[in-house]
Design a binder for this molecule. Structure first.
Ligand code: AHR
Length: 532
């Protein structure tokens, strides 16, 4: 299927086949649709080619809709050094009395993350949540079949939810629809949310949290369509089971929001959504992209947008069957670049991807997509947050912020809550007339009091002049610009050299109804302007 996830493909190739031997090969998911030969033809990317001026037109009457701040979510999984040695490191001088790394918490706060998904991912499909509560010295150590490592069960439900409380982020829990039962899922909702005098709610009280945690977001399993998942099911099996899980969980707490597992295939999505149309609030989409070639990586942004548009179309088509008037929204609850670092049994540093500036521009473009599609994309989780395919990397002495940290931070901190429909005219990548160098999103607030304009120049070598024309809003002449850039697209931040790619903040003047900005090659510029 055209939008097949290369991360999972790699995972299957390198993880499953290593673990299960050649017999696993027939299970490998099909390659992504654009034939490799076509992709190869695009390899003559634009280096050396200049680009003409671009045009961005904004009209403050042309609003797309409200941006849900839950799109600035992220994800922590019991995998490699994400939680143990990342988020949670009880022996470390850098940790607080709960074992949470204080430097990591500060970096997450500065990132302005709004939602945190846990415990997986693939891990969720084998997780027994009841192992992870109560006195820590009595919790069992379990073998995690998903990532083939020991789970010490020291970071469980209370540790996760208290972490969310401290960070003031909304928790999002994925229940085990692989090896788990609907009763366990319902018990989990009771443990987290119930105020009743019943055993699991009382267990929570006994464990030191008298008030309910009020966990709003619950995922009905993870990637159940994939052979790499414990308890993999076909669409009809999943739909039937998910309906029963959903009923049981809602009968404990009718207010929870439920996320159905969807895929890039209508063969999966149609039967699943037909069955779950009246009970779920979100349909999940996962997307992992990435390439060392700029044109291919940027083309992947185009695929991501098409993938989300395809899901939006399907959800619109489903609306006729839905009694609930609220449309089902899209939860892009795993998205990132992931193609270099696979899973090897025995390796503690699983999925430790080093991100470059190219990847940071892809992240900026993805956030532009979420803004442009704000009517349907209402929840999103950058996968993941710490050490594992993550913007934040730790060692025992401190942390480093990867390139992808900076665009995410700028969007999450400075975007307005209303997306504007920006018209963009820009030269395009060679052989990709549908993929412009300049990629934009524009946001304002309820009162049209400000403009946040994010401009990504994806040209690998050329600065591009961007003419900006604004109707219905006259900005003050002076504003603030944040620029994310580095020496070249391959630039990375590492412990030895942590500041190659960073955000630079400057004041600028000359803004008005019509003005021009020079956007440096391979950069993100976020302009903040206030109404005059
Ligand atoms: O984020 C890494 C893995 O990618 C997740 O565990 C899984 O859901 C996906 O395949």
């Amino acid at each position: 299927m055209a939008l097949q996830n290369p991360g999972r493909r790699g995972f299957l190739k390198n993880g499953m086949t290593a673990a299960l031997g050649a017999a696993a090969l027939p299970l490998i998911a099909p390659a992504r649709g654009l034939a490799d030969s076509a992709l190869l033809e695009m390899e003559q990317e634009a280096s050396g080619k200049s680009a003409g001026a671009a045009l961005v037109k904004l009209d403050f009457d042309r609003r797309i809709g409200e941006i849900d701040r839950n799109i600035y979510g992220s994800f922590i999984e019991e995998l490699g050094r994400c939680i143990y040695g990342g988020v949670y490191d009880p022996g470390s001088p850098l940790s607080d009395s709960n074992g949470y790394r204080k430097d990591v918490m500060r970096a997450i706060e500065d990132l302005h993350v709004t939602v945190l998904r846990w415990p997986g991912g693939n891990f969720a499909s084998g997780y027994t949540w009841k192992d992870g509560i109560g006195p820590k010295d009595q919790r069992p150590r379990r073998w995690d079949t998903a990532w083939q490592e020991t789970d010490p069960n020291q970071f469980g439900t209370d540790e996760f939810l208290r972490y969310c409380e401290k960070l003031k982020v909304e928790p999002y829990i994925t229940v085990n629809m692989g090896t788990g039962t609907m009763q366990e899922a319902a018990d989990w909702v009771e443990y987290c949310n119930a105020t009743t005098d019943t055993s699991w709610a009382n267990e929570r009280r006994k464990n030191g949290h008298p008030e309910p945690y009020n966990v709003k977001f619950w995922g009905l399993g993870n990637e159940v369509y994939g052979s790499w998942q414990a308890g993999h099911k076909d669409a009809n099996q999943y739909a039937a089971d998910a309906l029963e899980f959903a009923k049981m969980m809602r009968w404990v707490d009718p207010t929870i929001k439920l996320v159905a597992v969807c895929d890039n295939s209508v063969d999966w999505n149609v039967p699943v959504l037909e069955k779950l149309v009246d009970i779920v609030d979100y349909a999940s989409v996962h997307h992992y992209g990435g390439s060392l070639d700029t044109a291919k990586e940027i083309l992947d942004s185009y695929f991501f947008e098409r993938q989300l548009q395809a899901m939006e179309g399907l959800l619109t088509a489903m609306m006729g069957r839905r009694r609930n008037k609220e449309p089902i929204a899209i939860a892009a609850d795993e998205w990132n670049i992931w193609f270099r670092s696979w899973f090897k049994r025995g390796d503690p540093h699983k999925l430790e991807e080093t991100y470059n500036l190219r990847d940071a521009l892809w992240v900026a473009s993805s956030l532009n997509i979420f803004h442009r599609m704000c009517r349907s994309v209402k929840l999103a989780n950058l996968a993941q947050l710490v050490n594992v395919i993550a913007p934040i990397m730790t060692n025992e002495k401190g942390l480093v912020l990867q390139t992808t940290y900076f665009p995410f931070q700028l969007y999450a901190e400075h975007s307005g809550n209303v997306a504007l429909d920006a018209f963009v005219r820009s030269d395009t990548f060679p052989k990709m007339p549908h993929v412009p160098y300049i990629d934009v999103s524009a946001t304002t607030d309820d009162k049209n009091g400000k403009l946040t304009l994010a401009i990504v120049n994806r040209h690998p070598t050329a600065d591009i002049a961007v003419d900006i024309e604004i109707e219905g809003f006259r900005p003050r002449a002076s504003g603030v610009v944040f620029e994310v850039n580095g020496p070249n697209l391959d630039a990375t931040n590492t412990f030895d050299s942590p500041n190659n790619v960073k955000t630079v903040r400057r004041g600028f003047s000359g803004a008005g109804a019509n003005f021009r900005r020079k956007c440096a090659a391979h950069s993100l510029q976020v302009l903040l302007l206030e109404r005059a």
